[in-house]
Design a protein around this ligand. Structure first.
Ligand code: DUC
Ligand code: ZN
Ligand code: ZN
Length: 469
């Protein structure tokens, strides 16, 4: 067979295997895995490179309305550009339902935001903020059939949070329809109470974002979410786990026999609450929820990645500009931490950080890296084996990694819309030097070489849902 492209002499890595092979690509898919493939229009030499499935980042916020004159720093153009630079071939972004809005209307808005702007493949999770009987009884079941097979609910944030009875009703719909529910676990009433106390004591600086969202508030909400899921008998994903106590809740739920997926993020490995206490208002750069914790929590999150408590390593990319009246340092945010928009950029740094700190430092092997950053995302969110692996018939979504590359993380390299990275100046070992999306080269080293190639991906049901029935 003559191929469109052959990647020669690379070390192919999947979640289970590592082997030297050429990869033959035809019509955007992987058509052959063997040595000695030569007949091709384009030959890419991958000697001394790792040939990995493109990263899948299943937790990314792009072009999301943030209220109060705040503007998210990335739309689908800049966000997917940055994703590509960091070795991701697919991102799953959130489609936020506004109160009173139908899910179909919300989807129309988000499809319009993404249309023609995506450089890598994209799919949407639905965020349910208004679980009316119409939404849960009519709309959601039809949308799950249409390939919108995952949704997120919040236990925190005024205007987004659901009450427990609303969460139960949403979980029940998920059980009946086979959707997978992601839960943001923090106790909003605790946070409100603590913010009130901090205000009485005149505590307004960014560091108090962390002290008003303590570990116990995350642990309690995690326990409650897991209990609600147990009562309804449905699998859930606990997203962005920041510490040991919440992680132990997941372990215990699994011991009870529940089907649970767990996710952690780079900020919980690399940052601590001390970063929120930097000079002046610099701490605002690190305000995200749950907040970064302490060294012991970082160690716990590493343990969870190594031991399999976590299935997913995602960015929770939620970028705001720092020195900007529409960003972190908006007028109210300068004076009170509660008005600093929550979230940090990270879609480009997720993979290099885990490769460098995890694989190169010997904490996880490269197969586990692939599982945590690509394969498990594809399986849990209904895209496997089209995506998330290197196998015949799969989309040719491939990242070529040079383990010898040494790169200093700077804001300029990452090409997102934010004016800072929390990881400025950190040196990483290993870099995705070339990215192919469905066989097309999208990046060469740190440049986007082909624009607008991304497609919307309709998804099947989660492997976790299938395993629970
Ligand atoms: N918290 C979230 O829940 N989402 C985006 C960013 C953040 O900090
Ligand atoms: Zn969240
Ligand atoms: Zn998030």
């Amino acid at each position: 067979m003559r191929f469109d492209t052959v990647i020669r002499n690379g070390t192919v890595v999947t979640a289970s295997d590592t082997f030297v092979s050429d990869v033959g690509i035809k019509d955007g898919r992987i058509a052959a895995l063997a040595l000695g493939l030569t007949e091709a229009d384009e030959v890419i030499d991958a000697t001394r490179l790792f040939v990995l499935p493109g990263g899948i980042d299943s937790h990314v916020h792009l072009d999301q309305p943030s209220g109060d004159g705040i503007v998210m720093a990335d739309d689908f153009d800049s966000g997917t550009r940055s994703a590509a630079i960091g070795g991701n071939s697919t991102v799953l972004a959130f489609c936020m339902q506004e109160k009173g809005q139908s899910l179909r209307e919300a989807l129309k808005v988000y499809h319009a935001k993404a249309e023609g702007k995506c450089h890598v493949d994209v799919s949407f999770h639905l965020v349910i903020t208004d679980p009316t009987t119409e939404v849960l009884g009519q709309e959601l079941p039809a949308l799950v059939e249409d390939g919108y097979t995952s949704l997120k609910v919040f236990m925190t944030y005024e205007g987004l949070r659901l009450r427990d009875d609303e969460i139960l009703a949403t979980l029940d719909t998920a059980r009946r329809t086979g959707a997978l529910v992601m839960v943001h676990c923090e106790n909003e009433d605790v946070i409100r109470y603590l913010i009130g106390r901090h205000e009485e004591e005149g505590k307004f600086s960014p560091k108090y974002h962390a002290t008003t969202r303590p570990m116990a508030a995350e642990r309690e909400a995690t326990h409650r979410a897991l209990s609600l899921a147990e009562i309804v008998d449905v699998p859930i994903v606990i997203v962005h786990v920041s510490n040991r106590e919440a992680m132990e809740e997941i372990r215990r739920a699994r011991q009870r026999g529940q089907k649970i997926a767990g996710e952690t993020c780079p900020q919980y490995l690399m940052l601590t609450a001390d970063d929120l206490d930097l000079d002046g208002l610099d701490g605002a750069k690190y305000v995200c929820s749950p907040p970064p914790r302490d060294k012991a929590s970082q160690d716990a999150c590493w343990e969870g990645l190594e031991q399999g408590v976590f299935d997913l390593f995602s960015s929770d990319h939620c970028p705001f500009r720092f020195d900007d009246p529409e960003g972190k340092l908006n007028e109210k945010g300068k004076r009170h931490f509660r008005w600093i928009p929550n979230g940090i950029p990270g879609v480009a740094t997720r993979l290099p950080i885990l490769f460098s700190e995890g694989v190169m430092k010997g904490r996880i092997d490269i197969n586990r890296f692939v599982a945590l950053t690509s394969t498990n995302h594809a399986k849990l969110y209904g895209m496997y084996p089209q995506k998330g692996t290197i196998a015949i018939g799969a989309d040719a979504d491939i990242a070529l990694w040079d383990p010898r590359a040494e790169v200093m993380l700077t804001n300029e390299v990452l090409q997102h819309g934010a004016d800072y990275t929390p990881y400025e100046g950190i040196q990483v070992n290993g870099w995705p030097v070339r990215l192919l999306v469905r066989g097309k080269t999208i990046t060469d080293d740190k440049s986007l070489t082909h624009s607008g190639f991304g497609q919307y991906i309709q998804r099947k049901r989660s492997s976790l849902v299938a395993s629970a029935t």
